[in-house]
Design a protein around this ligand. Structure first.
Ligand SMILES: C[S@@+](CC[C@H](N)C(=O)[O-])C[C@H]1O[C@@H](n2cnc3c(N)ncnc32)[C@H](O)[C@@H]1O
Length: 174
């Protein structure tokens, strides 16, 4: 039974770290015209409301993306900054993009996105938010990655971002 919800942690400093590097790597990968595969084993719900009760309860974003000292770390043309600006323009300043959302905004129509999320409610949200832009799988992300690799197209990125709720998350070969 999974109980972790990323909405309690969205936009914290670890997210800023992870998402800014992810955005940079995706921008780098798409410099070449050749299409890429993006596989994410632990996707979460993709879009977070930092005014939600969950987010307010921990207030972790205040030490991350909402900290006045953090946004100036990134130039306005940094891909992470660009996607955040787009999300805020389209959905409001309180919204924050998770990794699947960043990937869907930085990848191109020719690229393939495969997103796994095991938590049923999170997966339903993910499906709704992503529309038809990605293939969504309500299954174990490790199994999905094993099944899809090597992917088509061959070039790409695999993001494994577990919540460490299951013993298998700690195994070297789960
Ligand atoms: C840390 S959160 C993901 C955050 C997301 N990567 C982001 O940065 O926006 C981990 C997610 O993995 C899901 N999860 C846990 N075990 C899983 C598994 N074996 N397969 C797929 N999803 C899993 C949890 O429900 C949770 O939503």
């Amino acid at each position: 039974m999974l109980s972790y919800l990323h909405s309690f942690h969205a936009g914290n400093l670890a997210d800023v770290h992870k998402h800014s590097i992810l955005a940079w790597v995706l921008a780098y990968l798409t410099q070449k015209e050749k299409p890429v595969s993006y596989i994410e084993t632990h996707s979460g719900r993709a879009l977070y409301d930092l005014r939600s009760n969950d987010a307010q309860k921990t207030a972790e974003a205040l030490g991350g993306i909402l900290h006045p000292g953090v946004r100036p770390w990134f130039l306005s043309d940094h891909p992470y900054q660009r996607v955040i600006a787009e999300v805020q323009r389209d959905y409001g300043a309180h919204m924050y993009p998770g990794s699947p959302w960043l990937a869907s905004r930085l990848l191109r129509p020719t690229d393939r996105l495969h997103l796994a999320e095991l938590h049923p409610t999170e997966c339903a949200q993910l499906r709704q938010v992503m529309g038809g832009r990605a293939s969504i799988y309500g299954e174990d992300g490790y199994h999905l990655a094993n099944r899809l690799c090597p992917p088509t197209p061959r070039r790409g990125l695999l993001l494994v971002d577990p919540s460490y709720e299951l013993k298998t998350d700690y195994a070297i070969d789960p």
